[in-house]
Design a protein around this ligand. Structure first.
Ligand code: FES
Ligand code: FES
Length: 178
């Protein structure tokens, strides 16, 4: 990684900036970052991708969940400089062409899977990570594997309905012959 001088948020000169190349929602980026920048702060403060929410900033609530190379992570706990070469997907990158809703977004709308909506981007990214993992086969397993995403409005039954709907659709999809 390439290093060169950088100004800290407090205006103090530091030579600790680190160059990182990563893609966010398919857009390649070449950034010089102070090494203490969390992925969450990079997304919200530098890239203005404010769909990803900051709840606790301590890995306790799941509001900041995004996908890194298809795996769900708490972006508040991940240093951005550790993601050289990674592909990051946020809620802004979930919709399809022309803004068509992702199946999870559509299911959350149909099942009324939110109230204030603050936890929703994290819930949806986490649900996509859960689907990618392929471990959840039942409502109980969805509940267990989504337990890191807190909803202070208590919309859990509807969130579960939405994810279960998409999981069942996937299971029932005809498989291509190998
Ligand atoms: S803001 Fe990251 S887990 Fe709460
Ligand atoms: S919808 Fe309000 S915190 Fe989940």
């Amino acid at each position: 990684m390439f290093r060169h001088p950088q100004t800290t948020p407090k205006g103090v000169e530091t030579d600790d900036a680190i160059r990182v190349q990563l893609s966010v929602n398919g857009e390649p980026l070449d950034l010089d970052l102070p090494p203490w920048t969390s992925l969450l702060d990079l997304l919200r403060h530098r890239l203005a991708l404010t769909g990803t929410k900051k709840g606790c900033d301590h890995g306790q609530c799941g509001a900041c969940t995004v996908l890194v190379d298809g795996r769900r992570i708490n972006s508040c706990l991940k240093l951005a400089v550790s993601l050289d070469g990674a592909e990051v997907t946020t809620i802004e990158g979930m919709a399809g062409e022309g803004g068509a809703l992702h199946p999870l977004q559509d299911a959350f709308v149909r099942h009324d899977g939110f109230q204030c909506g603050y936890c929703t981007p994290g819930q949806i990214c986490s649900a996509q990570g859960l689907l990618n993992e392929g471990h959840a086969q039942s409502r109980e397993e969805i509940k267990e594997l989504m337990s890191g995403n807190i909803c202070r409005c208590g919309a859990y039954p509807n969130i579960l309905d939405a994810i279960e709907d998409v999981l069942n659709d996937r299971v029932s999809e005809p498989r291509m012959p190998e």
